[in-house]
Design a protein around this ligand. Structure first.
Ligand SMILES: NC(=O)c1ccc[n+]([C@@H]2O[C@H](COP(=O)([O-])OP(=O)(O)OC[C@H]3O[C@@H](n4cnc5c(N)ncnc54)[C@H](OP(=O)(O)O)[C@@H]3O)[C@@H](O)[C@H]2O)c1
Length: 267
């Protein structure tokens, strides 16, 4: 009876983890969300069984500890897979390059502060809160969702100069994962940073005018990195690919920043 905890699962890729994992009735799936009521309503409308929804905010260590205590009661004190998916994905600075912040210093400070507080500190709070439950598992896997945007080769090849605070937070996440892996040496815990690919989450379809504008903008970067780039993949495809990577990784991979793709490409 494998147990999965998905931190930040109200929508997008996190919610897709609930859909995909709950298909196997032997899985126990625990989701955390800032607004558990609306997430529970979705879970119930979608008739997802074996999913439990708990309240937690990535920026609030006490809420994550309380969620870990509740999880322990549901799973008998064990978490096999801890997946930290939630993040502040800034739209406010998605297209600004570093020089765009000249004269916009307060935007820089506020967006970087929120990105770090949610994506980096939230990862550390989540891992520390759930670690006793992970240690008690025989599987012991921790996955932190990162982004190919944090890969310097992708930045240089694509020319993607925007999304700076978000990118810095994901680069820091990758380093934090390596730090945990160094600390976890010889414990049997496997921790990885995993990129989900470019995934259509904020909009239901690429036909949405806002989606067209955003992906039109990204297209010029990503076609330079991947000439055959055909646009974002759907959450279901990304989660299927991520779950294959998560199953495959061993202690030899601990600390690595991995792609959802076997060939290591990011999109
Ligand atoms: N979509 C992509 O193309 C893509 C590419 C690379 C990496 N990623 C990464 O994949 C992950 C999921 O992305 P997504 O596209 O599914 O994003 P999304 O649709 O914007 O969803 C973000 C999730 O994070 C949660 N969240 C935000 N702030 C939180 C906080 N303070 N505490 C707890 N949860 C919080 C949101 O919950 P609320 O509903 O409460 O806001 C939501 O469930 C993120 O780590 C993102 O960086 C995505």
């Amino acid at each position: 009876m494998p147990s999965y905890v998905i931190i930040g699962a109200s929508r997008g890729i996190g919610y897709q983890f609930l859909r995909s994992l709950s298909r196997n009735p032997s899985n126990t799936v625990v989701a955390t969300a800032r607004d558990p009521t609306s997430t529970l309503e979705k879970v119930s409308n979608d008739k997802l069984s074996n999913v439990h929804v708990l309240a937690a905010d990535l920026t609030d260590a006490a809420s994550l500890s309380a969620a870990a205590d509740e999880t322990s009661k549901l799973t008998g004190g064990v978490v096999d897979y801890l997946i930290i998916n939630g993040a502040y994905v800034s739209q406010a600075t998605a297209t600004q390059s570093p020089t765009a912040f000249a004269g916009q210093e307060s935007l820089w400070v506020s967006d970087l502060t929120t990105s770090i507080a949610t994506n980096v500190t939230g990862t550390l709070y989540s891992i520390n809160a759930f670690l006793p439950l992970v240690r008690a598992s025989s599987i012991k896997k921790i996955v932190v969702t990162s982004s190919g945007m944090a890969d310097t080769d992708l930045i240089l090849t694509s020319g993607a100069a925007g999304g700076v605070p978000y990118t810095l937070s994901k680069a820091a996440v990758n380093a934090l994962v390596a730090k945990y892996a160094a600390e976890f040496e010889d414990t049997g815990i496997v921790i990885i940073a995993l990129s989900p690919g470019l995934v259509l989450t904020s909009w239901d379809s690429l036909e949405d005018p806002q989606a067209k504008a955003m992906y039109g903008f990204l297209d010029k970067w990503f076609k330079r990195y991947e000439p055959n780039f055909k646009g974002p993949i759907l959450p279901e495809e990304s989660v299927d690919m991520q779950l294959k990577v998560i199953e495959k990784v061993t202690t030899k991979d601990s600390g690595k920043f991995l792609s959802h793709r076997e060939d290591g490409r990011w999109i």
